[in-house]
Design a protein around this ligand. Structure first.
Ligand code: SAH
Length: 360
């Protein structure tokens, strides 16, 4: 299938040679006209994938409780910014604000949403318009103030570079043209990148999440200077490892990542160890990561499900139980242990709800 974006990428490669995976992901997801997130709402049963807040209102409600407790731990500043990165349809924040109104009735946060997709901004306006959100293209324009930042399945969508180990060093994995001159194909740079000094056995692939690391560092500097905490929930791994986690998903199924650029969601597993190091290198305190299962259960998922079930029909009760199971199931089918929750904060916050005590 030739997409308009495929033709454009082909032209770019013909003109100036193979491109890095970061450039490829950036174009596929964020191209101003043909980018995946620019052109559609990818979420939900009819979209390409389903996220935790779309599975159950309980997810956002528990995040709302987390926000209330974190705000209290910060000393309840009255100029709090509540920030969400990549809010999708706005479902998580809508559920969180409802829970927050009950848990912290005196809190009147200023809502800031970092979102590049016009389609999803419209969805967010529909659900969150009453809270008068301010939208940003990136975190750079967020005002300086105490802040609580929430990001669910945001960091996995940021562009990465990959490098393959060979005798002479680490060679960048590039996207070029296949021998037929039409299709896209992976290849390697002709020369190793001498700036990379990591060790690793021959043949392994290393992923460098440059955009995510830069974002974490910038946010860590913000919360260290102005106080606050950042909660990231994503699928990923706790220990650094080698291997290719780049995946393309379309219509709830995996597809080859190079065949229909701009038509499939592209993500990689989040390297929580690397993100955590980036946060602490800026002086932030690190909380977690823990499995999403443990995080949600510690925040009271079971109690919340029971409470909801009390006023529900038997069919609704079954749906609530099924959703709670899906969010916490540690097997491959569930999200319980594939997904992790991690936070970083200013060092005065030594304990955050649902997470182990901070490591400096
Ligand atoms: N948090 C939501 C949506 C996850 S999908 C949920 O859990 O349902 C990823 C979200 O990040 C989308 O809203 C997408 O438009 C946004 N996004 C992706 N790349 C982005 C970028 N570089 N800057 C800002 N938002 C981005």
């Amino acid at each position: 299938m030739t997409t308009t974006l495929l033709a454009e990428i082909r032209d770019e490669i013909l003109a100036s040679g193979p491109i890095g995976l970061d450039r490829y992901m950036g174009l596929c997801l964020g191209h101003p006209v043909h980018g995946y997130y620019r052109t559609r709402d990818p979420l939900g049963a009819r979209g390409d994938f389903v996220t935790a807040p779309e599975i159950s209102q309980m997810f956002g409600e528990l995040i709302g409780i987390w926000i209330a407790a974190t705000w209290a731990a910060m000393g309840a500043p009255n100029d709090l910014l509540l920030v969400e990165l990549g809010p999708g349809r706005g479902t998580l924040m809508q559920d969180a604000l409802r829970a927050l109104a009950r848990a912290a009735p005196t809190l009147r946060p200023a809502l800031h949403l970092v979102e590049t997709s016009p389609v999803l901004r419209a969805e967010q306006e529909r659900r969150l318009g009453d809270a008068s959100p301010v939208w940003h293209d990136s975190i750079a324009t967020l005002p300086a103030a105490p802040m609580i930042v929430v990001a669910n399945e945001f960091f996995d969508a940021l562009p990465v570079r990959q490098f393959q180990r060979a005798e002479r060093g680490w060679f960048e994995r590039l996207v070029g043209l296949a021998p037929d001159g039409n299709a896209l194909a992976f290849g390697l740079a002709a020369e190793p990148d001498t700036r990379i000094t990591a060790s690793g056995p021959n043949g392994v692939l290393m992923t460098l999440p440059g955009a995510a690391l830069a974002c974490v560092r910038a946010l860590a500097r913000r919360v260290v200077a102005d106080r606050g905490a950042v909660l990231a929930i994503d699928y990923g791994h706790v220990r650094p490892g080698f291997g290719d986690s780049l995946q393309a998903v379309r219509g709830h199924a995996f597809v080859p990542p190079l065949t229909a650029p701009g038509e499939a969601d592209l993500t990689t597993h989040v390297d929580f160890a690397a993100l955590g190091r980036a946060a602490t290198s800026e002086g932030a305190a690190l909380h977690g990561p823990v499995d999403q299962r443990d995080f949600l259960l510690a925040l009271g998922l079971r109690e919340r499900a029971e409470r909801l079930g009390r006023d529900a029909s038997p069919a609704q009760r079954d749906a609530i139980t099924a959703a709670a199971t899906r969010l916490t199931d540690p097997s491959r089918r569930g999200m319980g242990s594939l997904f992790k929750a991690m936070a970083f904060s200013d060092s005065a916050l030594t304990a955050l709800p649902g997470l182990p005590p901070a490591k400096p």
